[in-house]
Design a protein around this ligand. Sequence first.
Ligand SMILES: [Zn+2]
Length: 137
Amino acid sequence: MAWHCKYDYKCPHCGEPYISYAPGVKCPKCGEAAGEGYDIIGEALKGAWFHLEYHGRVLPPDYAVSSLADHYLKLSFLALEAFLEEGSQDVEVVTGAIMRRIDFRDHEYLRPHLEGYFPLLLRRFQQGSAPTGKEAG
Ligand SMILES: [Zn+2]
């Protein structure tokens, strides 16, 4: 059993798939405001706890990515695993480490988008905040 989420979204202006993970997060490609937001961080935290309980680790082996949201979930699980392994549990240190592991290739514009994402994710994990109860797609 692995945690998946079917949420998909594309920028209505330029067609870039992305998730507006917090209020004010705009399209990473063209800068257009998002038509809707989605609490993918809450989803990632629920999935992380689920995997910890059933697999003993945040990212199960052979985690299959089949939606835009799954891309975010996989990156989130990688970040949370690094966070748990990191002795200092320093949000900035772990964010830097995970950013260095991502190969952006021709998607360099996603860098600031994810640089904003990981600290929010890690801080909410650190605070152990309860899931928001939003249902997946
Ligand atoms: Zn756009």
